[in-house]
Design a protein around this ligand. Structure first.
Ligand SMILES: Nc1ncnc2c1ncn2[C@@H]1O[C@H](C[S@+](CC[C@H]([NH3+])C(=O)[O-])CC(=O)[O-])[C@@H](O)[C@H]1O
Ligand SMILES: O=C(O)C(=O)Cc1ccccc1
Length: 259
């Protein structure tokens, strides 16, 4: 079961120096507990991936789950869709995550076509795909690398394809942002994290998780060519967007005219 994991106690003892957050063995061991207690709406967002795929994915199409961690997106799709309806590739930079993701998928969804690649999503050779998911991953890339990745993903998507992007966000208005961050800390407290854990994790994530505004995400997706972008979910300073690639792109139209 993907939920069977240790309780996240990584920042529960006082540290002289808080090292930058990384997806190492200790994080992998408690990851399902960590994301459930620290990402507002994580379970609800996962629950919608199957629904979105049912509506927008061509039968048998390929799906990418980028920054897949333990492969929760693939398991969510497999929980709702029959095996022949999709094929999924999960990609992650962390070898420990990928090793564990392979084990979990083999035991939880052995009949579905789910495979994993250890690698950097900025350097991957993308095959044509009907759905690409970045579930809380883009936020960990250096901001300067984000436009280029989204442009490559747009190019990899088939006409009619969708990109689902979930992110921690920052509000442009300072007062609004402060309120959202304070309530987010309340959310973590309500989920059993102490003030020290909240504060040390915040330090560890500085310059590692760099959130954009919702407006910046919309602007980047539009710039890459997506014709329609909708924020379909927001819970405090966490949001999920869906971006649609037109069914007939200008290249297809040219091909029709030419041929
Ligand atoms: N350049 C990169 N290339 C590949 N992977 C990367 C890169 N940078 C970071 N990662 C990976 O992105 C993942 C982000 S976690 C995603 C949760 C998952 N999507 C879930 O639905 O459970 C989000 C979180 O922990 O807040 C980690 O596993 C990193 O190793
Ligand atoms: O815990 C936080 O402060 C977050 O922003 C969410 C999160 C969840 C898992 C790994 C890194 C960040």
């Amino acid at each position: 079961m993907i939920d069977a994991s240790y309780r996240d106690a990584i920042f529960s003892t006082p540290l002289d120096r808080v090292a930058s957050f990384s997806f190492d063995e200790r994080v992998v061991a408690c990851f399902p507990d960590m994301v459930r207690r620290s990402i507002p709406g994580y379970g609800q967002i996962l629950g919608m991936f199957g629904v979105l795929a049912e509506r927008h994915l061509r039968h048998g199409a390929h799906v990418y789950d980028l920054g897949c961690s333990l492969g929760a997106v693939g398991l969510a799709l497999a929980g709702r869709l029959p095996a022949e309806t999709f094929e999924l590739t999960g990609v992650d930079l962390s070898p420990t995550m990928i090793a564990r993701a392979r084990e979990i998928a083999a035991s939880e969804s052995p009949d579905h076509r789910i495979s994993f690649v250890e690698g950097d999503i900025r350097q991957l050779d993308y095959h044509p795909s009907g759905m690409i998911v970045l579930n809380f991953t883009l936020q960990f890339l250096p901001p300067a690398d984000r436009d280029a990745l989204i442009a490559r993903l747009y190019a990899a998507l088939e006409p009619g394809g969708i990109l689902v992007l979930s992110e921690k966000i920052v509000a442009p208005d300072e007062q609004e942002n402060a309120w959202l961050v304070e309530r987010y800390h309340d959310f973590k407290r309500a989920n059993g994290y102490s003030d020290m854990e909240i504060s040390q994790k915040r330090t560890a994530l500085e310059n590692v998780l760099v959130p954009d505004t919702l407006a910046a995400h919309h602007q980047r997706l539009a710039q890459a060519g997506f014709s329609r972008v909708t924020t379909w979910f927001q819970y405090l300073n966490f949001a999920s967007l869906i971006a649609f690639k037109d069914k007939a792109t200008s290249r297809d139209e040219a091909a029709i005219k030419d041929g």
